[in-house]
Design a protein around this ligand. Structure first.
Ligand code: SF4
Length: 315
């Protein structure tokens, strides 16, 4: 650290500043299949859908019921006063505009919800859905979270993502052209065959795209960083067991994530520093301690190196 306050621009601080209260995310599910797993497609090689289902969705119920249950639980713990409804699993812009609008409005109508975050794939943003998102963003605080993972074509092909890097760039550009307040890119660090330079290049390309439109009331771009995790029963597990894929230990990952964030401009909001798959689904890496310990290790790496997000940004 160097007198710049926090080592990185954490989401929690941005939410408190924007909404004037503590805001917590409540993940819910529409229980819909991802289009990359339909029509004979096998999905991404690392995908284990059960691992992405939020805890609140494990019991049956509508989006409204899941949200009310989740909000009641967090209120009882006193962790927040406002809530982001997070449509987490699957591709939540896949479907008819009418169906999607209804589910978004259902979430936004729940008492205590101050924003809606919609997770999806870059190839699931047709013009009519973009137009509806733009319209809703005129009245509500809307985020879209995109599974980007990498901006390298060879990596996307190897992962069987089913979309190109250009498709990801187009999706971010298209969203930047709407009133959607916040666009979150999910990126995986340590993908098979990628060097640290490849990771820097992906991050640089994504960060540059936030300049496609001027400043909004809320920072326009966020990043959710994940380390490569090998889930049980996936094609990635077979490759890992065959010795074709390596994963990082926590010390190595802490070095990588800090080096990546040193080059990420300070206005980019960091939602997550590492993945957190439940142990029951995870083959590797098995890091010691829990998620808080992993975040603490990464924060410690910033401290020991005396560095911070954006220190080496060339913008
Ligand atoms: S886009 Fe997400 S849900 Fe769909 S196959 Fe890939 S990882 Fe699974």
């Amino acid at each position: 650290m160097s007198g710049r306050g926090e080592a990185y621009t954490a989401l929690s601080g941005c939410l408190r500043e924007h909404f004037g209260m503590r805001v917590w995310r409540v993940a819910v599910s529409r229980h819909k299949e991802c289009p990359n797993r339909m029509g004979g497609r096998e999905g991404c090689i690392f995908c284990l859908p059960a691992a992405y289902e939020p805890a609140a969705a494990l019991t049956a119920g509508s989006v409204r019921e899941q949200l009310e249950r989740g909000i009641a639980r967090y209120r009882a713990r006193g962790v927040a006063e406002g809530f982001v409804a997070y449509l987490q699993s699957g591709s939540n812009t896949y479907g008819s505009v009418e169906e999607l609008r209804a589910v978004y409005l259902e979430a936004l109508a729940v008492r205590g919800v101050v924003a809606l975050s919609i997770a999806t794939r870059p190839d699931c943003l047709p013009a009519d859905v973009l137009s509806m998102l733009d319209e809703l963003s005129g009245a509500y605080h809307i985020w879209v979270e995109l599974g980007i993972q990498s901006m390298h074509e060879r990596t996307l092909k190897a992962l069987d993502r089913g979309h190109s890097a250009e498709c990801s760039a187009q999706a971010i550009r298209a969203l930047m052209g709407t009133r959607v307040q916040h666009i979150v890119a999910h990126m995986i660090l340590g993908l098979p065959g990628e060097t640290i330079e490849d990771m820097h290049a992906s991050m640089r390309e994504v960060c540059m795209l936030r300049k496609e439109r001027g400043e909004g009331a809320f920072p326009r771009l966020g990043l959710k960083l994940h380390h490569l995790q090998v889930m049980r029963g996936t094609r990635l597990e077979a490759a890992w067991r065959a010795g074709e894929v390596e994963v990082m230990d926590l010390d190595e990952y802490a070095r990588v994530v800090v080096e990546v964030l040193e080059r990420v401009p300070r206005d980019v909001v960091i939602h997550r520093l590492c993945g957190e798959a439940a142990r029951e689904y995870l083959c590797a890496p098995i890091w010691p301690g829990d998620r808080l310990a992993h975040v603490a290790r990464i924060r410690d790496e910033f401290r020991v190196r005396g560095t911070w997000q954006g220190r080496l940004s060339v913008e």
